[in-house]
Write a protein that binds this ligand. Structure first.
Ligand code: NAD
Length: 391
């Protein structure tokens, strides 16, 4: 029998229990400890999982129970100090999104992990969703032509956060998907928003990202909307995809619709746009819990090596965009140009899409595989099988 990976989870509020449930369900994991400052939360979780130890002392979790890996699912402002302490204690570290409160903090974590040969992964859960993997597969095959724009809406009433605005809370999901589909970082970011409920903390924001080749994306995020909405539209030059994550069936619909401008015409009377209305289809997608795939991926990276799909560099890129969005908010929506991301040999933004297999992860130990990110830029994927599909 292979050695189980010993995991501890810090943060047992709203999201932590989902991580606890999933890590506990993995055959190659031994969930050793659940840690929270709130004894009421620990008592509740102990009643669900009596075999798992609990503690209010994070230092004890790091040093007292011989863990291999630590999961940080606390409030965002605590991500950096807790993840740094975990890495310095020699633990592989999984940090919930957004990875930290600044690019500077993210870069420090990436650096410590690299120097100590540890896995650092961020909770970009949607990259592990079979629905998003399917969209990426359709886009990469060229079925929708070149992406022209993406628009995303993630709205609901609450949950209001005290330390971050709604863009830092909700937009990471959309950003991780958009970066994977676009295959690159945006050139600039602008963001507008307003704080209606908690002074100084925007509860409604609209972020706009400009990419190369006149491509763009908008992300609307709100904690102040009567309806829960989780929608994304990807408009390509040949077809368009509508992704509704709340739809019970048919989460993705591909519309064979486009409009074309005639290449030339002699008189204004001859000029007509060509509108194409074709079929709509909804691809079949096997349901699986993205968080379980994500947790298994973290464990596989620890066991077999390789760079996680949502590695520290991907987390840093996302925080770079959020940081720019906050700067733009302060400047009433002025566009903020992004500097080039660090080159640390980690896969480029698009690589997040390159190594997810169908169904569960299959990690093997043959040498790392080269890939092209679709723009002809070579990169490194990690130790995965060549037949793995793009997401
Ligand atoms: N991946 C996803 O889909 C997803 C979904 C929701 C939330 N999240 C992320 O999960 C994280 C937690 O969010 P949440 O909504 O559960 O927050 P929450 O406020 O409900 O829970 C945070 C918990 O961390 C505990 N905590 C704070 N400091 C601590 C410390 N020093 N030691 C031990 N425990 C400590 C708090 O007591 C609290 O119980 C956030 O980063 C959030 O963005 C991710």
């Amino acid at each position: 029998m292979t050695k189980k990976i010993k995991v501890g989870v810090a943060g047992c509020g709203y999201w932590g229990p989902n991580l606890i449930r999933n890590f506990r369900s993995l055959a190659d994991v031994s969930l050793k400890m659940m840690c929270d400052l709130n004894t009421g939360r620990l008592k509740h979780l102990k009643s669900l999982y009596p075999e798992v130890e609990t503690s209010t002392d994070y230092k004890h979790m790091l040093n007292g129970v011989n863990l291999d890996a630590v999961v940080v699912a606390t409030n965002v402002k605590n991500h950096f100090p807790m993840a740094k302490a975990a890495l310095l204690a020699g633990k592989h570290t999984f940090i919930e999104k957004p990875m930290a409160s600044s690019v500077e903090q993210c870069e420090e974590l990436v650096d410590i992990a690299k120097k100590n040969g540890l896995i650092l992964m961020t909770g970009h859960t949607f990259l592990y969703s079979p629905v998003v993997r399917k969209i990426k597969e359709i886009v990469d095959k060229g079925d929708i032509g070149e992406i022209r724009y993406i628009s995303a809406r993630r709205l609901n009433l609450g949950l209001f956060q005290k330390d971050i605005n709604v863009a830092w809370d909700l937009a990471p999901h959309d950003l991780s998907i958009i970066l994977a589909l676009m295959g690159e970082m945006p050139e600039s970011v602008n963001c507008r928003g307003s704080a209606h409920v908690t002074p100084g903390i925007e509860d409604v924001t609209t972020m706009c990202l400009s990419f190369s080749r006149q491509r763009s994306a908008t992300i609307q995020s709100s904690w102040l909307d009567p309806r829960k909405v989780r929608e994304m539209t990807i408009v390509g030059s040949k077809r368009m995809i509508v992704y509704d994550d709340l739809a019970p069936l048919e989460k993705i619909r591909v519309f064979d619709m486009r409009v074309e401008r005639p290449p030339h015409y002699d008189t204004f009377g001859e000029f007509q746009y060509a509108y194409h209305y074709g079929d709509m289809y909804a691809p079949y997608i096997k349901q699986e819990e993205p968080l379980k795939t994500e947790c298994q991926h973290f464990v596989d990276c620890i066991k077999f090596g390789g760079t996680p799909i949502s590695c520290g560099t991907r987390g840093t890129e996302l925080v770079r965009i959020l940081e720019a969005s906050s700067e733009s908010l302060k400047k009433e929506g002025a566009p903020i140009r992004l500097s080039q991301p660090v080159n640390d040999n980690a896969p480029a933004a698009s690589c997040t899409a390159r190594s997810l297999p169908k169904g569960t992860w299959k990690t093997i130990t043959h040498p790392i595989l080269p890939f092209s990110n679709g723009n002809g830029i070579p990169g490194i994927v990690g130790q995965f099988q060549p037949e793995t599909v793009a997401i």
